[in-house]
Design a protein around this ligand. Structure first.
Ligand SMILES: Cc1cc2nc3c(=O)[nH]c(=O)nc-3n(C[C@H](O)[C@H](O)[C@H](O)COP(=O)(O)OP(=O)(O)OC[C@H]3O[C@@H](n4cnc5c(N)ncnc54)[C@H](O)[C@@H]3O)c2cc1C
Length: 453
């Protein structure tokens, strides 16, 4: 592909999934792409302190796997060779959201990609290192984004581990730092307003560990996702097969209900889940790692698209814009899809420095649209708990009834089951669940429950 910005440099702040994905996108268009990461980027597969969530379960949804394949040709083969497990979301999943109809196990040919987050990062880094115009610089903390005389973003100031400061100019700076601090600081420093934020409190705590199962003791599923009935119970559990014959086990509680880190109490917590799939499995397995906790206080969506004077030359992406309740496993997929969006916008552009004046607002607007589906899906469950902080949509009751109707249909109709999963995995748009035909069927099933059979 001809590079539109062959003489130019792009900088990416952060080498998480968002940063790695967008670096691959930019490498198609820019002469040089520099990724600056404050952590060490280890050759071996291990979690990193800069992204503390890398110790915890990270499932890649089908839509995210497709987006990564557009950016990293051949990545699916590499992931499988590295040990990633594919789980058919219908046939291989023990899925239960208590209070909704139990979905039968049936083949849907839609897959969760199950591998540890450090392994996914390692494979993506390996592919990026093969691209001659990409540099991954570890132990390089971005201290600030530097403005030009017109208050556009013109580069960054970086600090090395030894405390040495360096300035690097760029036509485009991407903030994939997770928290988005560099962008917020830049807006403040250049006298611009900060974006409005929508927040929904989750007050969720993960207790995570790793299990192995002796021969013959493996569960008959590759993925269990069991969630209590809202609003009565906020507990959840996940047990997911990944590389090296290991399984990620997570128990989660919300609103101050914290999973224990002692073995017996951990198992007793698992016993309280709506079904015993996870607790039975764990009792047959062996714990291979300490139980570690992670607190996730709230989901947050920053509406950068609404700012009329957002700086040219800067684009935030991934968690820096929006993070949602991790039990839905959408964050990496959203970030990868955003990188694909930017790739398309750059490919369609004229390739002049001034193109960024139109690409920026278009990207922020498309990102706002992309985030709507994962945000409303995840927060609908969170907001069902009365103690959860956050504004409830006026039509919340109708939305949740409609969702219940779709699930009832999904239980008896494989096509609706598949479509529901495709929307959840960000493969298909959510409006396909609202076609006139489906709306009619959902109304029928809600008014006359027997109509679903
Ligand atoms: C407990 C938990 C479980 C999750 N499970 C899933 C899941 O199952 N599936 C899923 O898709 N998503 C999951 N997510 C979400 C997922 O982690 C993120 O949404 C996704 O990785 C995109 O994040 P990101 O790349 O924007 O930010 P991050 O992954 O947070 O990466 C940001 C990077 O920027 C670096 N950085 C920060 N500041 C600077 C700086 N100033 N200079 C240089 N580098 C900097 C950090 O060190 C880090 O490496 C989970 C999240 C949590 C918290």
């Amino acid at each position: 592909m001809d590079k539109r910005f062959a003489e130019q440099r792009a900088i990416v702040i952060g080498a998480g999934i968002g940063g790695l994905a967008v670096a691959a996108a930019l490498a198609n268009h820019f002469g040089q792409v520099v990724v600056l990461e404050r952590d060490e980027l280890p050759a071996e597969v291990r979690p990193r302190p800069g992204a503390a969530q890398t110790r915890h379960l990270h499932v890649l949804l089908s839509g995210g796997a497709a987006a990564l394949a557009e950016l990293f040709p051949g990545v699916h083969t590499r992931l499988i060779e590295a040990g990633a497990q594919l789980a058919d979301v219908g046939a291989d999943a023990n899925f239960e959201l208590a209070g909704t109809p139990k979905l039968p196990r049936r083949e849907l040919n839609i897959y969760s990609w199950q591998l540890s987050r450090p392994l996914l990062e390692a494979v993506l880094r390996e592919q990026l290192r093969e691209r001659e115009n990409v540099q991954l610089r570890e132990l390089s903390r971005v201290i600030e984004i530097v403005p030009d005389e017109n208050n556009r973003a013109a580069g960054v100031r970086v600090e090395s581990r030894e405390g040495k400061h360096d300035e690097l100019d760029a036509l485009l700076v991407i903030d994939a730092s997770g928290r988005g601090v560099p962008t917020l600081d830049f807006l403040k420093a250049t006298g611009r307003p900060l974006p409005t934020e929508t927040t929904v409190g989750t007050d969720l705590t993960y207790g995570t560990t790793v299990y192995s199962f002796p021969d013959g003791a493996e569960p008959d599923f590759k993925q269990a996702w069991v969630h209590g009935k809202a609003p009565e119970q906020g507990r959840a559990g996940f047990l997911v097969k990944r590389e090296n014959g290991l399984w990620d086990a997570v128990l989660a509680g919300r609103l101050g209900d914290v999973p224990p880190i002692e073995d017996d109490a951990f198992l007793a917590f698992a016993d309280t889940l709506p079904n015993q799939a996870i607790s039975t499995a764990l009792r047959r397995g062996r714990r291979e790692a300490p139980i570690v906790r992670f607190g996730y206080p709230e989901s947050r969506w920053r509406h950068f698209a609404d700012l009329t004077d957002f700086p040219v030359g800067l684009l935030p992406l991934g968690d820096a814009v929006c993070n949602t309740n991790p039990v839905f496993g959408q964050g990496m997929t959203v970030a990868a899809k955003e990188a694909v969006m930017l790739h398309r916008l750059l490919a369609e552009s004229g390739g002049h420095a001034s193109s960024l004046e139109t690409i920026g607002p278009a990207f922020l607007k498309e990102m706002e649209d992309l985030v709507k589906t994962p945000w409303s899906g995840a927060t609908a469950l969170d907001l069902a708990y009365p103690q959860t902080k956050g504004e409830r949509p006026a039509d919340m009751r109708q939305r949740s009834e409609y969702q219940a109707g779709v699930m009832k249909l999904a239980a008896v109709d494989p096509d609706v089951h598949r479509l529901m999963v495709e929307v959840r995995h960000l493969v298909k748009p959510a409006n396909l669940l609202h076609t006139p035909d489906l709306q009619q069927r959902v109304q029928a099933v809600l008014q006359h429950p027997a109509a679903s059979s």
